[in-house]
Design a protein around this ligand. Sequence first.
Ligand SMILES: [Zn+2]
Length: 85
Amino acid sequence: MWRLGLLLLLPYAAFLLARAFRLTLMPMLGSDSVRRTRRMAPAEMVRDPVCGVWIDSRLALDGWLGAERVRVCSEQCRGRLKTLA
Ligand SMILES: [Zn+2]
């Protein structure tokens, strides 16, 4: 009896996988999204000296590492600057 359940479940699982695949990958492959990315100004990336992550400078926070002005990714990293200096 469990075989019958499995037979019914497999096509459904395949259908769910196919749908998830379409939803996640198709927007990336679409020509519309490609055009959108090209039109966008390239983001200036800065490196957070605390955790080492690269961030968009427009989203970065200003912090001070001694006398040097640095850009950090979050309020937590700004707090940790004091322990680094
Ligand atoms: Zn950080």
